[in-house]
Design a protein around this ligand. Structure first.
Ligand code: ATP
Ligand code: MG
Length: 173
């Protein structure tokens, strides 16, 4: 049997809990150095998904939207790499990315390289490296839809783990 095509994956998200559950699945599939772009309009559920990632990893504190701070960093005791949550919505010029010194967080390699989860990546223009994974969230009536697309070998492996873990644990969203 040919291997299933895991370069993209779509899922309906009926409510906020479903978006958080997708975040939890992503949490279990992360690896150091991955860059994930979160695309979608205002209110599409990008921060909700990141909240699901962090909660699943055992983060008990608040998950604030980095709309004003640009970056929220998380040291998670169950991970040996940091997790960075960015939101570039407020950029009026992509060069603000460089001025804020944020380029140092991207493209890290090695076992301790951070994972970057990025809301509004397009606002940084061409300053960001291409992502490993893109998650496009869309509002559909009262619900949401997500499409996950792998853009690198690392992203493909991440998507494989995400799908495989779900198969092994029926009942988990
Ligand atoms: N699957 C879903 N169905 C219905 N509502 C949802 C779903 N997922 C998230 N929401 C709700 O959508 C609202 C906006 O979510 P969120 O703040 O995560 O959006 P966002 O994409 O980060 O927006 P912004 O671009 O402003 O940062 C929240 O009230 C959240 O609870
Ligand atoms: Mg947000």
């Amino acid at each position: 049997m040919p291997a299933p095509d895991t370069s993209s994956f779509s899922i309906d998200l009926a409510d906020t809990a479903a978006t958080e559950a997708l975040g939890a699945r992503l949490a279990g599939a992360l690896a150091p150095g991955l860059t994930v772009f979160l695309d979608g309009d205002l209110g599409a559920g990008k921060t909700t998904l990141v909240r699901g990632v962090l909660r699943a990893l055992g983060h008990a504190g608040k998950v604030k939207s980095p709309t004003f701070t640009l970056l929220e960093s998380y040291a998670i005791s169950s991970l040996n790499f940091p997790l960075y949550h960015f939101d570039f919505y407020r950029f009026t010029d992509p060069d603000e990315f460089i001025e804020a010194g944020l380029d140092e967080y991207f493209g890290q390699t090695g076992d301790a390289a951070g994972v970057c989860l990025v809301e509004w990546p397009d606002k940084a223009g061409g300053h960001l490296p291409s992502p490993d994974l893109r998650i496009a969230l869309a509002v559909v009536g009262e619900a949401r839809h997500a499409r996950l697309s792998a853009c690198s070998e690392g992203g493909r492996a991440c998507l494989d783990r995400l799908l495989h873990a779900a198969e092994g644990r029926p009942g988990q969203a």
